[in-house]
Ligand binder design. Structure first.
Ligand code: GAL
Length: 825
């Protein structure tokens, strides 16, 4: 490891030194030279093969004759050696989750209820102890190294590998990282061949054990970069930028670390400037240094920005700190750190304040998987997920229960989504503190990050031990980032234990207890760290326990939880509650509450399903989280053959003052919409058209219509974006909807839909949001579920048009044209 990330290491460096900051990783594939000699290259293409946790030969001889660890570089596993032939291995592109392509299965040897529960929690994928042949993954690739690299420092930056990753370079074990969520770096320059190679990277990733109680994926599911730099350089996360905003502008301070990893003393100048969102530059004074070999120094500087453009949810404007190390007249190293100028504060009376203004946290908790690709989420899919939540009015995300991908944070910065970053472990042991240390260093320049969450429903939350552990973590947060508060998601013990330590006390569910807490502890800021959570199957309107179906009215929830309306009504009316984070924004794999048995493989908690298709509750939140935009949403659909004359429970979500319901043109009455509530009617079914009209101040402002559909006749295909970027990484999200001859959605359609692509692109995964579907994700066909399916189209390397089509037996197909623009356009 090039940085000493352990707690001991941190203490040894004096802990007051500000060591690091976020390096904005350039998106897109291939090498991108910033300035000589620093070069950052994204390593997207790898060869992949499953190994074996129990059979040494099928694990490429790993551990053979106990020699893997005997002599460095000489006698490790075959697959780690340069001469190994990986021609038969699968070509994969990172982000890659190998678990998502595995079949669904119950554990082969169910060892009682626990093993079924654990398998359910992880989404019934055939991985883990019962599946040793699926639980080890090997990755290999070459890297191009030339004579010009001799003398440079080269290192790999992994943003997260699931999990327990052993890194080999030319047969040498060069690094190991246990955590499935924390970033890590590995120095490799000692192990390279500079005279023509080949130079082989190999990774052995062991996902036998999980960390969470939810689907976690497996493998290289986040980005990997290779960085080359001069021995006199800025290390990873080298700068921390802070700003104080006052009446006369912002005072911006920067602390940048310079590391002399060369053999001789080095001196030079650190040149820095701030670059504003409008391109305007403000220089910091030059700082000179003289550093002994192997030593580091931190150089402080400051600048005043007059009339700063403040970062906010509505105007997520970013600044950059550009740094150069100059020796003589040569630029030896150069890099940038993105940041935003803004203030955040939690207040016990006023809730959350961004730039001094009260902002209610309209949040969701989310795990990190999506239909089709599992946890291997391309950057553009992160952006799609943020946009789906923002369309509902959401402004905040809690990364439950682990640090998020750096790519997600970059996009939250750019798109204006606030983020609570959560540590995976509530512990002060060396491993957990090392993880926390790396996360703080990686993430503390992101303006989107508003708090550090140090625990979630920990068994020790209400104990002295929990308080001590949390205090140790908090002390480290204070050292590396005194600008943000700490928090913790409690499901009890709000008035003792770790709750006495952290700055902001989170309530998981039990939103109704916040008022009493506030009265007893009027100086402690609070919010709902998990709220709701309604369980629902998208498009279903009757419970069916045998079929594992939960109706999508806002009525069903587990005993510890509540409906959307119940928690939001409480939080909305109390300014001291900073807001809440619904469990969850999206359905996720695993934890199929309330039907935690096979074949339910994903959660029912989402406001949106695993594809990001809205369930009806989406419109409840959208109504009250975007109150200035008139909305009415009717449920259920209006296609109930055979139920003529029978009562149908009809609801309207919406924010208009009054709603009138009409069936086939006949008014069924006008009702006042309760604030933060909904309206309900019982309507005898007659096919045709049901309509809800929304009125404000007596004027009709919007409406929602459902019409009885005829038989399925066609599929309609749309894409979230028509313009994409060539290069191999961008994706367009395709939505296929089954409609009747008149273009009306067919609510129960379940035809098999087949996707295909002409041009340089490929379907990398499909989904339909059905929590009981055991169909393959890595495929190009999928049954519609309640009329909808999704396909993820990855754009290839070459610019040009791409035609995506959908077809289905007996239905008229459809096509959508996507354009891949040149990557640098
Ligand atoms: C919470 C927990 C979440 C999830 C949820 C399901 O207690 O923090 O991770 O398990 O329950 O309701």
């Amino acid at each position: 490891m090039i940085e000493d990330f352990t707690r001991r290491g941190v203490l040894a460096t004096g802990a007051t030194a500000v060591l690091a900051s976020t390096v904005a990783i350039p998106s897109g594939a291939g090498a991108k030279e910033t300035v000589s000699p620093r070069l950052r290259e994204r390593l997207a293409e790898w060869r992949f093969h499953l190994g074996h946790a129990a059979d040494q030969e099928r694990d490429f001889g790993f551990g053979r004759n106990q020699r893997t660890f005997a002599k460095a570089g000489n006698s490790t596993a075959d697959a780690a050696m340069a001469k190994f032939d990986d021609a038969g291995w699968q070509a994969v592109r990172v982000p890659h989750d190998w678990a998502v392509a595995l079949p669904f299965a119950r554990p082969e040897k169910p060892a009682g209820k626990d093993s079924e529960d654990a398998a359910a929690a992880h989404g019934f994928k055939a991985i883990g102890r019962s599946f040793p042949g699926n639980s080890i993954g090997w990755y290999r690739r070459t890297i191009a190294v030339t004579a010009a690299d001799r003398g440079r420092r080269l290192w790999l930056e992994f943003d997260g590998v699931f999990r327990d990753c052993l890194v080999f370079v030319n047969g040498h074990i060069v690094g190991r990282n246990e955590s499935g969520y924390a970033p890590f770096a590995v120095a490799i320059d000692d192990f390279l061949d500079y005279d023509g190679g080949p130079n082989i990277l190999a990774l052995r990733v062991d996902a036998t054990l999980g960390e969470g109680w939810f689907y976690e994926g497996a493998g290289l599911y986040r980005h990997v970069d290779l960085v080359r730099a001069d021995p006199l350089r800025m290390p990873q996360w080298h700068s921390v930028v802070r700003s104080e905003v006052g009446a006369d502008g912002a005072r911006v301070t920067a602390a940048t670390e310079v590391f002399n990893s060369g053999a001789a003393e080095a001196s030079g100048t650190l040149r820095r400037k701030l670059v504003g969102p409008d391109g305007r530059e403000v220089a910091l004074p030059d700082a000179t240094f003289r550093i002994a070999p192997g030593e580091r120094t931190t150089l402080d500087g400051e600048a005043r920005v007059t009339a700063p453009v403040l970062w906010s949810v509505e105007t997520p404007k970013l600044y950059r700190l550009a740094c150069e190390i100059v020796v003589g007249d040569r630029v030896i190293d150069a890099d940038e750190t993105r940041f935003g100028i803004r203030t955040v504060r939690f207040d016990a009376e006023r809730g959350f304040l961004l730039n001094g203004k009260q902002v209610k946290l309209l949040g969701t908790c989310n795990h990190q998987d999506h239909a089709g690709v599992g946890s291997g989420i391309p950057d553009a899919l992160h952006a799609f997920r943020i946009a789906q939540l923002q369309s509902m009015g959401s402004n905040a995300w809690r990364s439950a229960h682990n640090p998020p991908a750096a790519a997600l944070l970059d996009l939250c910065d750019e798109m204006g989504m606030l983020m609570i970053v959560e540590a995976r472990l509530n512990s002060s042991d060396e491993e957990a503190m090392g993880q926390l240390d790396r996360i703080l260093r990686r993430d503390r320049n992101h303006p989107c990050v508003i708090a550090w969450s140090l625990g979630n429903e920990e068994p020790q939350q209400g104990t002295d031990k929990g308080a001590r552990v949390t205090a140790a973590m908090q002390a480290h947060v204070r050292t590396l980032d005194p600008t943000r508060p700490t928090t913790f998601a409690f499901d009890n013990s709000w008035d003792h234990g770790a709750a006495k330590v952290v700055d902001v006390v989170g309530f998981n569910y039990r939103t109704d207890k916040i008022e009493g807490f506030h009265q007893s502890f009027p100086t402690v800021p609070t919010y709902g760290s998990e709220t709701g959570s309604t369980v629902a199957t998208r498009g279903a309107y009757a419970n069916d326990a045998a079929a594992h179906v939960a109706r999508a009215y806002d009525t069903e929830h587990p005993w510890w939880a509540s409906t959307a309306e119940a928690w939001w009504t409480i939080a909305a009316a109390r300014p001291y509650i900073a807001g809440g984070f619904v469990w969850t924004g999206f359905d996720y794999r695993g934890e199929p509450t309330p039907y935690a048995q096979f074949p339910s493989i994903s959660s029912y908690f989402g406001i949106l399903d695993t594809c990001g298709f809205p369930k009806d509750n989406y419109y409840y939140y959208r109504a009250w989280w975007r109150p200035d935009e008139p909305l009415v949403h009717l449920l259920p659909h209006w296609t109930w053959p055979g139920r003529e004359g029978q009562p149908i429970e009809v609801w309207a979500h919406g924010n208009c003052e009054e709603v009138e319901l009409l069936l086939n043109g006949r008014s069924l009455g006008r009702k006042a919409m309760p604030r933060n509530g909904h309206l309900a009617w019982s309507v005898p079914y007659a096919p045709g058209r049901i309509e809800a009209r929304g009125y404000n101040k007596g004027r009709r402002v919007t409406r929602s219509v459902c019409e009885t559909a005829g038989p399925a006749a066609a599929v309609r295909l749309t894409a979230d974006r028509r313009m994409t970027k060539a290069g191999g990484d961008d994706v367009a999200m395709l939505r296929a909807e089954v409609v009747d001859a008149k273009g009306r959605p067919v609510p129960d359609a379940d035809q098999m839909l087949r996707f295909s692509v002409q041009g340089d692109g490929a379907i990398i995964g499909v989904g339909n949001g059905n929590p009981t579907s055991l169909e393959a994700d890595v495929a190009s066909e999928r049954r519609a579920f309640h009329g909808l399916a999704q396909a993820i189209l990855r754009v290839g390397a070459k610019p040009g048009p791409i035609l995506a089509t959908v077809s289905a037996d007996g239905l008229k197909g459809d096509a959508v044209r996507i354009v891949a623009m040149p990557a640098d356009s």
